[in-house]
Design a protein around this ligand. Structure first.
Ligand SMILES: C[S@@+](CC[C@H](N)C(=O)[O-])C[C@H]1O[C@@H](n2cnc3c(N)ncnc32)[C@H](O)[C@@H]1O
Length: 272
């Protein structure tokens, strides 16, 4: 009972076996993706790229406002899909952490090719990692809020960040019935994990994060992205992207049905 009411309020807290199932799924994905992993927003069609452009802009802007080389943590970094880009965007050092050893192996293999000296990867569970308090200037997370025990990880993030540090994340929003149907179908046909259906972030998740920071800037994107796969055959991908992006500005009151949100939360409030 307690667990199901928690699930409604935030997203699901996974049992050990559910967590292990998720981990095994990501490990298998990494093995499939060796040699073919696509990095940064190049992995997405143009009409789905806007949230990632905003994510990159927030990271770059936030990094350049800090008057020092910065320490960045990319939490749940997967195969480093965005970690390499973060290392290009900031002046400082980036650490990518994921609990899937196979994903980290793919990332390390790519790192050897690129020979970036300001980036490293480690295997670690976000809910159990130990870092020094006030060590990071920025913590980034792309597409991973669904999988985490938010209470545990948020507390850690707030402790690990410096007082002027920022938590920047891009993720899926959970209210659009069409996207929810697609996620459900993907799960039934084994293209994704259960957590992407049951744990997708909604308003209480965002409210909880907002409550732990001094400032919270958020953008919602892609309410009309569901038209992309059809429209691109009529007007091409570039025009489709233009229209999908523009419609967000024309109908801002529909932001609840956005595909993605991107936020930059600054100034962590640490609970005494
Ligand atoms: C949807 S993928 C996102 C990967 C990458 N950040 C990206 O943008 O493509 C979610 C990632 O979260 C990782 N993950 C889930 N729970 C985790 C945890 N408790 N600790 C560390 N990594 C976790 C999974 O292994 C997976 O790589």
């Amino acid at each position: 009972m307690v667990r199901s009411s928690l699930c409604k309020q935030y997203h699901m807290q996974l049992s050990d076996s559910e967590k292990n199932d998720e981990k095994v799924w990501y490990q298998k994905q990494s093995l499939k993706n060796i040699g073919s992993c696509r990095f940064s927003m190049g992995a997405f069609p143009k009409y789905l790229q806007k949230p990632y452009r905003i994510y990159e802009t927030m990271i770059h802007r936030c990094g350049s406002l800090l008057p020092r080389p910065i320490q960045v943590l990319d939490l749940c970094c997967g195969m480093g899909e965005f970690t390499f880009r973060i290392a290009e965007l900031i002046h400082g050092t980036v650490l990518g952490v994921d609990y899937s050893a196979e994903s980290i192996q793919v990332a390390v293999r790519e790192l050897k090719k690129r020979q970036l000296s300001n980036l490293r990867f480690e295997v670690g569970d976000s809910e159990q990692c130990q870092f020094k308090d006030e060590f990071f200037d920025m913590i980034c997370m792309s597409g991973s809020l669904s999988y985490l025990n938010l209470d545990v990880v948020l507390e850690k993030i707030c402790r690990w960040l410096k007082p002027d540090g920022a938590f920047i994340a891009v993720d899926t929003y959970g209210y659009n019935p069409l996207f929810n149907l697609k996620r459900q179908l993907n799960y039934w046909f084994h293209y994704t994990t259960k957590q992407t259906v049951t744990g997708v972030p909604k308003k209480p998740t965002l409210d909880k994060i907002r409550s732990r920071f001094q400032s919270f800037e958020i953008e919602y994107c892609g309410t009309f992205a569901f038209m992309g796969p059809f429209l691109k055959y009529l007007i091409g991908e570039a025009y489709t992207a233009k229209w999908v992006d523009r419609l967000d500005d024309v109908f801002p009151f529909l932001k609840k049905y956005a595909f993605k949100f991107v936020f930059c939360a600054k100034g962590p409030k640490v609970q005494k």
